[in-house]
Design a protein around this ligand. Structure first.
Ligand SMILES: Cc1ncc(C[n+]2csc(CCOP(=O)(O)OP(=O)(O)O)c2C)c(N)n1
Ligand SMILES: [Mg+2]
Length: 321
C-alpha cells in the first residue's frame, strides 16, 4: 500500500491507489454508520484523500506521523491493514486497539503511526516529541503532525511551532485547511490569515493546492528533504474540502451549495486518474480493474470486521501477553 521509495511513475500510481482505497473505505464506513453498525462517532476524510496520500508517500520507514480525529486516510496511507482498521472502527476485537478505542484511537506503531487523536491539535505536541526523538537518534528520520484549520487557534499548536523552529526539529507541520471546524466556518473564528502565522516563527510555509496529490507530494518531499538534512521544520498549508460532513451523521446544511459544487469539481481522484491516462502511464481499463480490486478489498475488510467478535475481558492481557 505504501508509496515509499518507488520510481516516479509507479509512485504516481501508488498515490492514486492510496486515494481510491481511502475513498472506498470511507464510503463503506459511511454506509455502516447509517446502518447503525459504528459505535459512537466517526469523522470521514472524503475529499481530503490527496493530503494523506501526497504527504505519506514522501516518507520512508522510520519516519513517524501523528494524526487527527479525521485520521482513517492518514492511517491507510501509512500502510494500515484495512481489516484491522475497519474492525477497530466497528468496535471488534480484531481491531488495532482490540476494538476498545474506535476511530479516534488507532495506534499502528509498525507503520510509524502514533495514532489518530480525539484532541484537536493533539497531534502537534506528539509529532514534536517524535521529531525531537528522531533528531536525537541522528538517523535522518522526520515526523509529521497533521492538524486542521480549527487547531490553528489552539495555544499548544503555536507553542509547538515556536519550539520546533527554535530547536530546528525535523517536524513537518501539515495543516489540512478544509475551511471548517465542526459546523463553523474558519473565517468566523479566525483573526488574520492562517498561513501568515508561520512567518512569526520563521517557519518556511508552503501554501498548497490540497486537492492535487502531486502538488502535495512535491511540497512535502521538499520539506522532508530539508528536515532530514538539519534544515528544521516546515509548515504546509493544504487547502482542501471535506465532501463528507464533520462526522458521519452530519448533513452539512451550513455549507453553501455553490461553493461545495465548485470544490467537488476539483475532486483529487478523477484528477489523478486523468493525469495517469494523459501521461500514457495507465489506461481506462487498467485503472477500472485496479478500482474493482480495491472495492473488493474494502468489502472483504467490512465482512471480516462484521464477523469478528466484540471485545471481552481485560484488554492488556490480550495486547501485551
Ligand atoms: C481540544 C478540543 N477542543 C474541541 C474539540 C471538539 N472538536 C472536535 S473536532 C473539532 C473541529 C476541528 O476542526 P479542524 O481542526 O479544522 O479539523 P476538521 O474537523 O475540519 O478536520 C472540534 C472543535 C476537541 N475534540 N478537542
Ligand atoms: Mg477544518
Amino acid at each position: 500500500m505504501q508509496a515509499r521509495r518507488l520510481p516516479a511513475e509507479q509512485a504516481m500510481l501508488a498515490r492514486y491507489r492510496a486515494m481510491v482505497l481511502i475513498r472506498r473505505f470511507e464510503e463503506r464506513v459511511q454506509s455502516l454508520f447509517r446502518a447503525g453498525r459504528v459505535p459512537g462517532l466517526t469523522h470521514l476524510c472524503i475529499g481530503q484523500e490527496a493530503v494523506a496520500a501526497g504527504v505519506c508517500s514522501a516518507l520512508r520507514p522510520g519516519d513517524r506521523i501523528a494524526s487527527t480525529h479525521r485520521g482513517h486516510g492518514h492511517s491507510l496511507a501509512m500502510g494500515a491493514d484495512p481489516d484491522r482498521l475497519m474492525a477497530e472502527i466497528l468496535g471488534r476485537e480484531t481491531g488495532y486497539g482490540g476494538g476498545r478505542g474506535g476511530s479516534m484511537h488507532v495506534f499502528d506503531a509498525a507503520n510509524g503511526n502514533l495514532g489518530t487523536n480525539g484532541i484537536v491539535g493533539g497531534a502537534v505536541p506528539l509529532g514534536l516529541g517524535a521529531a525531537l526523538a528522531a533528531r536525537n537518534a541522528g538517523k535522518g528520520a522526520v515526523a509529521v503532525a497533521f492538524f486542521g484549520d480549527g487547531a490553528m487557534n489552539q495555544g499548544v499548536v503555536l507553542e509547538c511551532f515556536n519550539m520546533a523552529a527554535l530547536w530546528r526539529l525535523p517536524l513537518i507541520l501539515v495543516c489540512e485547511h478544509n475551511g471548517y471546524g465542526e459546523f463553523t466556518a474558519s473565517d468566523d473564528v479566525t483573526a488574520g490569515e492562517l498561513s501568515a502565522r508561520g512567518a512569526a516563527f520563521d517557519l518556511p510555509v508552503q501554501d498548497i493546492d490540497g486537492m492535487d496529490v502531486e502538488a502535495v507530494h512535491q511540497a512535502t518531499a521538499a520539506a522532508v528533504d530539508s528536515a532530514r538534512q538539519g534544515g528544521g521544520p516546515g509548515l504546509l498549508f493544504c487547502r482542501a474540502w471535506r465532501f463528507s460532513g464533520h462526522h458521519a451523521g452530519d448533513g452539512q446544511d451550513y455549507k453553501d451549495d455553490a461553493e461545495s459544487r465548485a470544490w467537488r469539481a476539483r475532486d483529487p481522484i478523477p484528477r489523478q486518474r486523468a493525469r495517469l491516462i494523459d501521461e500514457g502511464l495507465e489506461t481506462d481499463e487498467s485503472l477500472t480493474a485496479l478500482e474493482a480490486e480495491i472495492s473488493d478489498r474494502v468489502q472483504a475488510a467490512a465482512r471480516r470486521a462484521l464477523g469478528a467478535p466484540e471485545p471481552s475481558g481485560p484488554l492488556h492481557e490480550k495486547l501485551f501477553a
